[in-house]
Design a protein around this ligand. Structure first.
Ligand code: GLY
Length: 305
């Protein structure tokens, strides 16, 4: 019997300023609509999460694709991962500088390559060989982010700055989906943290850290300060709670408690199991999220964690 599809997306957990709230809600709602069209016509969870994430990479509101936070050198450097819960196939790219849609390159790796992970020029070469267009890094940089980096660096030079305070920008986008065949998938894409060191890789593109999917447990996408998330392998940690018999609502909240208590981390998470139960949680001031089931659709940004 066909399963009712479910799609959950997030647009990053951080102290997003008031004037960016509406754009975030619009953006996650657009991503939801695009991913849902795939599921609604019987498409795969894998295609749905890819298409939903592409919409957010293309939207300058988010820290993914064009408009991402800049690294210390003023460049955009992107990471992404996509994973198929039915087969455990995955594709990841790290530190790419010339791709508008790193999740598309990640999907090519998943579908066309025996490998799981490519970084830098090698990832871009593979993407180009599979027909994805390359762009200049300047094409990914927008004035808002140039100003944000300048302000951050000026402030840090004067007073020092806690790079990982929850008020500092470290956003990310992601999606988890359940399709009519009962398969789940997850994808995560990011520009990483503001003022990051060139070559620094975050959690988002690492299997089990920023993203995970297994039909035997759950599909998970995380957002937030990547280093603590990596240390806990948080997406897999959460999926393991689901295979132990817990519900995603509980596991999502428990993951945030674990992140805070164990490594003083902050961020957000979306979790979906193959039965269609899902959880959304964060311990940052705000996180953009949206979900759709056959019965209901909602989008929001919590004001308080
Ligand atoms: N979670 C995004 C990053 O730390 O790179």
């Amino acid at each position: 019997m066909p399963t009712d599809p479910v799609l959950v997306v997030h647009g990053g957990a951080w102290a997003m300023p008031d004037d960016m709230v509406d754009a975030h809600i619009r953006g996650v709602t657009n991503a939801l609509a695009t991913g849902w069209r795939v599921l609604d016509r019987g498409g795969s969870a894998l295609d749905a999460v890819e298409e939903a994430v592409v919409i957010m990479e293309d939207d300058e509101t988010f820290d993914a694709g064009r408009g991402s936070f800049l690294n210390r050198d003023g460049k955009v450097q992107l990471d992404a991962l996509i994973m198929d819960g039915a087969t455990l196939r995955a594709g990841g790219v790290g530190c790419v500088e010339h791709l508008r849609n790193p999740v598309r390159a990640a999907r090519k790796i998943l579908s066309e390559s025996p490998h799981v992970y490519f970084v830098g020029e090698g990832a871009e070469k593979l993407a180009a060989e599979h027909g994805l267009p390359l762009c200049k890094n300047e094409d990914l940089v927008i004035p808002r982010e140039v100003a944000r980096l300048r302000e951050y660096q000026a402030e840090a030079a004067q007073h020092g700055n806690d790079l990982f305070a929850p008020t500092i920008s470290h956003d990310t986008v992601g999606a988890v989906a359940l399709d009519r065949n009962g398969n789940i998938a997850a994808a995560t894409s990011t520009g990483g943290t503001l003022n990051k060191a060139p070559g620094r890789l975050g959690d988002s593109s690492l299997i089990g850290c920023g993203c995970y999917a297994d039909n035997l447990s759950a599909a998970v996408s995380t957002t937030g300060w990547g280093e603590p998330i990596m240390k806990l392998v948080l997406a897999k940690w959460t999926a393991d709670r689901i295979s132990a018999g817990n519900l995603p609502e509980w596991a999502a909240q428990e993951a945030m408690n674990h992140l805070k208590q164990r490594v003083n981390g902050h961020g957000g998470i979306i979790v979906l199991n193959p039965q269609g139960h899902f959880g959304v949680a964060h311990n940052t001031p705000r996180m953009a999220w949206a979900y759709k089931t056959v019965q209901k659709q909602e989008a929001g940004i919590a004001r308080e964690a």
